[in-house]
Design a protein around this ligand. Structure first.
Ligand code: HEC
Ligand code: HEC
Ligand code: HEC
Ligand code: HEC
Ligand code: HEC
Ligand code: HEC
Length: 350
């Protein structure tokens, strides 16, 4: 009989432990944060599955975008400088969109590259309305903030790209760019428009008009936006779509983009215009090198005093160099920039 009480005791202990555990399990823990509901308090149509719908549409965009230079490039570290962060980091771009400034208040060390959120209003209303672009508004030119640029075709998406793909100002500024007497000495060998002058060239803006007549323009801007060509029908993650790429070693040039309007195009060299621009570009490059102005190894300026007009020639040349489309963005404007430079260099004996 000695064993029974111990058994009963053991059984009773086990039951009470089990009850304790059960109680503990059914007792409610602290309230967690509210999950997103049907409308998330923001938008009556909000619905995560409008985008996260287990189809491949989002995956496709991410796949393409991962091949773009925005993702594969390595200039995000420039975010540590407040003058560079507006174009080289996602946070800096969004900050400057709201402040309207050309630099950020502080550096971005944990910088994000240009990504879905930089261009789309992701997770604002939590509905497919969030594919709307973060901006389509006209923008102030960085090289001269009194100039407003509006690339309005196709709803103004080029204004989004153009805010970053534009020239930076160079100091000292040319006060008298057509002068063949005034001289100036740039502060640094980096003097020039920096990289990414594409939106200015497309708009037919930003050059010093040093020719005998106003520079002409091939007005792609009236029919095509950046996306018409750079986001034309995709071929895998090689060109088009969200790769933003026009060419790739495997599939070559994405001529599909041009065929939308130039039905007979067989290359980017429509009507031989790229060939023509390349000849002018190389011609002027040699003249600037012979004049000991351009270092063709570094593609930087040899710093010394120059006539203002010669610096204007140099600026225009570097605008074309940074544009990198060899006349596609704006054939006539590019032509007149280079030809007026060649004419001036000829006139001073180069
Ligand atoms: C407009 C389309 C859209 C809607 C609507 C949407 N998302 Fe997203 N979501 C995205 C995109 C785009 C990404 C980022 C993908 C990337 O960067 O690779 C993302 C990323 C995410 C991520 C990964 C973490 C992050 O923030 O990058 C989570 C989690 C997420 N979404 C949850 C939700 C939830 C929950 C809802 C509904 C309340 C929702 N999403 C509604 C487009 C959307
Ligand atoms: C927030 C600024 C920003 C915006 C907005 C932006 N870009 Fe860019 N883009 C950059 C930067 C910076 C690079 C260079 C990235 C690198 O090399 O690290 C770049 C690179 C590119 C390149 C690749 C250049 C190469 O070297 O091959 C293309 C093409 C391009 N952008 C097109 C576009 C288009 C089209 C849009 C609009 C749909 C756009 N970008 C919007 C900043 C921007
Ligand atoms: C107005 C926007 C803007 C600002 C401001 C800006 N960049 Fe850029 N930068 C670009 C764009 C756009 C590209 C890509 C152009 C292209 O690929 O054609 C680029 C490209 C570059 C590259 C890559 C060049 C190459 O040859 O691959 C470097 C390096 C760079 N920027 C450094 C800087 C630094 C340093 C600063 C600050 C002093 C700065 N950028 C400020 C827009 C900007
Ligand atoms: C450099 C800017 C830029 C970035 C970054 C970007 N997009 Fe886009 N996206 C665009 C533009 C421009 C369009 C065309 C919109 C238009 O013409 O109205 C577009 C269109 C789209 C569309 C079609 C929208 C619709 O209304 O049907 C989807 C979906 C999309 N993007 C998803 C993404 C996703 C996902 C990412 C990130 C992986 C991303 N985008 C990154 C600029 C960008
Ligand atoms: C009419 C079509 C067209 C339009 C519009 C257009 N581009 Fe391009 N872009 C091209 C072509 C074609 C090239 C490449 C030329 C080559 O490789 O020979 C190019 C080159 C570039 C490059 C250099 C990198 C590369 O892929 O070779 C950048 C960056 C760029 N464009 C950005 C832009 C931006 C930003 C806009 C809008 C402001 C724009 N483009 C508008 C056709 C276009
Ligand atoms: C949306 C329509 C459209 C697309 C897409 C387009 N173009 Fe054009 N392109 C035009 C128009 C319109 C003109 C004439 C504009 C003018 O003279 O003002 C033109 C003119 C040109 C010129 C100057 C031709 C000359 O003889 O003066 C070149 C070069 C050119 N395009 C190249 C291209 C290339 C390369 C592509 C593809 C990357 C392309 N275009 C895509 C509409 C387009």
């Amino acid at each position: 009989m000695k064993e029974l009480p111990r058994f009963i005791f053991t059984a009773a202990t086990m039951i009470s432990v089990a009850v304790l555990i059960l109680t503990a399990c059914t007792k409610e823990g602290p309230q967690g944060p509210a999950g997103p509901t049907g409308n998330n308090g923001k938008d009556a149509n909000s619905n995560c599955v409008q985008c996260h719908n287990w189809s491949d549409s989002l995956v496709t965009k991410i796949f393409q975008y991962n091949a773009s230079q925005h993702v594969t490039g390595s200039t995000v570290f420039e975010g540590k400088q407040v003058e560079c962060a507006p174009c080289h980091t996602s946070q800096g771009f969004i900050e400057c969109l709201s402040t309207g400034a050309f630099k950020t208040a502080a550096p971005y060390n944990d910088a994000a590259p240009v990504n879905c959120r930089t261009c789309h209003q992701i997770h604002k209303s939590y509905s497919s309305k969030d594919w709307a672009l973060t901006t389509t508004a006209p923008f102030r030119a960085f090289y001269d903030s009194t100039i407003i640029i509006d690339l309005a075709t196709n709803g103004g998406s080029s204004n989004l790209c153009g805010r970053c793909h534009q020239a930076m100002p160079a100091f000292p500024k040319l006060s008298n760019p057509t002068s063949m007497d005034d001289t100036l000495e740039p502060f640094t060998n980096l003097w020039g428009p920096h990289h990414g002058t594409q939106s200015l060239i497309l708009a037919g803006k930003g050059a010093f008009e040093i020719g005998t007549a106003p520079f002409r323009s091939t007005d792609h801007k009236d029919t095509a936006s950046c996306t018409t060509c750079h986001q034309a029908v995709a071929q895998g993650n090689y060109v088009g779509g969200h790769t933003l790429r026009m060419n790739n070693a495997k599939v070559g040039n994405n001529i599909t983009a041009c065929k939308q309007c130039h039905a007979g195009a067989t290359s980017f060299d429509v009507n031989g215009k790229q060939t023509e621009i390349k000849v002018l570009y190389n011609n002027l490059k040699v003249k600037l090198a012979v004049a000991n102005m351009l270092d063709t190894n570094t593609m930087l300026l040899n710093v010394k005093f120059y006539k203002q007009k010669q610096l204007a020639v140099y600026w225009n040349f570097m605008m074309v160099d940074a544009d990198r489309s060899m006349g596609v963005h704006n054939y006539l404007y590019t032509h007149d920039m280079l030809q007026s430079g060649i004419n001036y260099m000829n006139s001073i004996g180069f």
